[in-house]
Design a protein around this ligand. Sequence first.
Ligand SMILES: Cc1cc2nc3c(=O)[nH]c(=O)nc-3n(C[C@H](O)[C@H](O)[C@H](O)COP(=O)(O)O)c2cc1C
Length: 205
Amino acid sequence: MSKLLVINASPMGDNSVSRKLTASFVEKYKAQKGDDVVVVEHDTASMNLPHADGEILGAYFTPADQRSPEQQAHVDRSDAIIKEIKEADAIVMGAPMHNFGLPSGLKAYVDHFARAGETFKYTEAGPVGLVADKPVYVLATRGGDYSENGYPQMDFVLPYLKTIFAFIGVTDVTLLQANGLAMGEEAVAQAIEQTLEHIDQALAA
Ligand SMILES: Cc1cc2nc3c(=O)[nH]c(=O)nc-3n(C[C@H](O)[C@H](O)[C@H](O)COP(=O)(O)O)c2cc1C
């Protein structure tokens, strides 16, 4: 049995390209790994995760035996998210670009899993990730073109995700991008087709 964690983040429902791509990825992954793949799915667009405010961060830093029930609930929420990430054998994440960065629901999800003492720790030698390395596939969707032929310096999605995964210990990250999704139907069809090919190549590697 292997566990695949699927994270979707687009608020665009059936019109979302990243949701189409993650769905295709799951089919391809299952076809490759066999039927005993357990798929755990999250939709950060509808999870309504709270911002990591002072109350939540305060809960994390309060010793377990001194937490109020409300503080414990905040810790439990983060613990559950972290457990799934740690238990996953592989992760696929749909990552739409919103205002050059992550959609806020996906950023909130990151804020709930990046937790000192749980997914990373600081040592005298610097920060150390506490999550075992595993394959992560990021399927990035964007209206403009942030490939080498476009404006890669304006892409704060892929460098950010690569950095935050590495920070928690996960470096086996494949970054795939579907560019030009605001440039007409033909461009959308071409970007999807190309990304599906790249998924095949990544899974065959
Ligand atoms: C609120 C919002 C902000 C966006 N900001 C950007 C942006 O900064 N740059 C860009 O290239 N595309 C931007 N787009 C376009 C999306 O990246 C594009 O529609 C992509 O397909 C989103 O993925 P999805 O189809 O899975 O929702 C934005 C779209 C929305 C809805």
